[in-house]
Design a protein around this ligand. Structure first.
Ligand SMILES: [Zn+2]
Length: 366
């Protein structure tokens, strides 16, 4: 590990400026560029080696989401390197071995205590960033375990799963995936499925090209909402999308925003055409639980009962409403925001599941 370090530290100031200014091509604003340049040039080197993104967020005075997006484009341009650090649940030592997601296997053996444990993307796998050594070479002083532990205790860590549900990371690093035949445990994920009601009728009524144009605009609206709520679109299936969120609150807020925005979209489309038949009726279902992440068709995908349940729950939606489960509700923190919507649950037995589950339906009138 320590052979990474040079005996004398060197800061390549001009190279840092040039590399960061290049991020303007990714729509990184001048203010953010200046903050990042200052951070990389002047920060104590202990904060540039396996750095907790939340420390960077605090130093740059940016939100966690904005910081992660900035770090992901900086990673793309070789300004920083990404580390998938794995913490042992037994001895709490951190293994620095994984520099790519592809090096993480279903089971991990701690190099310090040899404890074998399931790789858990929410709790044991965390992401940190280091400055690229061509821009600034660090001395041995940078590797300060006490300092990193102090930072983690103060700010909390950013889980590997948080990065996997960052849309920009999925877009820029589509090949950062789990190795074939391996899987990563996700202890808590919120899965949202949408679909359009009556889309067959829409295509026959409007003709293929006009219907497709409406459907494609609806995709753009939904993609934007998922991104704004710190989630990622895992895939589209026909007119449907599947999205994942680390926070249940973000998932349910995204569902509400989707229905609100679709109603606005329908209103504008009707206004423009002077008719009332431009109706895209969105069905939404949300559920939360554990699942596994695997690689399918070269992309990170999610599998398991939680995913299957979320898809079945979406099928219970009748359109212009949101159906979610009691499992989701129990995990949502901002319950007051939902209180007005929640009635009594319905107990339904979903196809393929043995036990009935409690679901709630809400209409999403703003
Ligand atoms: Zn250990």
């Amino acid at each position: 590990m320590l052979n990474l370090f040079k005996s004398s530290k060197q800061i390549n100031n001009q190279a840092i400026v040039e590399a960061v200014e290049f991020l303007g091509r990714y729509e990184v604003g001048v203010v953010e560029q200046k903050k990042l340049i200052n951070f990389l040039q002047n920060e104590d080197e202990r904060s540039l080696y396996h750095t907790n993104p939340r420390l960077i967020s605090e130093r740059l005075d940016l939100s966690e989401q904005d910081t992660l997006q900035l770090l992901v484009v900086a990673l793309k341009e070789g300004i920083v390197t990404l580390n998938w650090d794995i913490q042992c649940p037994k001895c709490h030592g951190i293994d620095f071995a994984a520099t790519q997601l592809g090096e993480i296997t279903t089971y991990h053996v701690c190099p310090a205590c040899h404890h074998k444990h399931e790789s858990d993307a929410d709790q044991q796998v965390r992401v940190t960033f280091s400055i690229d050594e061509r821009l600034r070479s660090l001395s041995e002083r940078a590797d300060d375990l006490g300092f990193r532990n102090h930072v983690d205790a103060e700010y909390g860590v950013v889980s590997g799963h948080r990065l996997l549900t960052l849309q920009k990371f999925r877009d820029l690093f589509p090949r950062e995936t789990i190795p074939p035949n391996e899987s990563l445990l996700i202890r808590q994920v919120t899965i949202l499925f949408t679909d359009l009601a009556g889309s067959t009728a829409l295509y026959s009524q409007k003709g293929d090209s006009q219907a497709y144009s409406l459907v494609s605009q609806h995709f753009q609206i939904l993609f934007k909402i998922v991104d704004q709520h710190h989630g990622a679109v895992i895939k589209t299936i026909g007119d449907a999308i599947m999205a994942a969120f680390t926070s249940p609150d973000d998932g349910i807020k995204a569902a509400i925003a989707m229905q609100v925005e679709m109603q606005k979209f329908n209103g504008l489309a009707n206004q423009a055409s002077g008719s009332t038949d431009n109706q895209l009726i969105l069905k939404v279902g949300v559920h939360a639980g554990a699942c596994i992440s695997v690689t399918l068709n070269d992309r990170a995908d999610y599998f398991g009962t939680t995913v299957n349940t979320a898809a079945r729950v979406q099928a219970l939606s009748q359109g212009n409403d949101i159906v979610f489960t009691a499992d989701l509700l129990s995990r949502v923190k901002a319950i007051t925001a939902l209180k007005n919507y929640i009635g009594d649950p319905n107990y339904v037995t979903l196809k393929g599941l043995s036990e009935p589950i409690a679901v709630f339906r809400m209409t999403a009138t703003p």
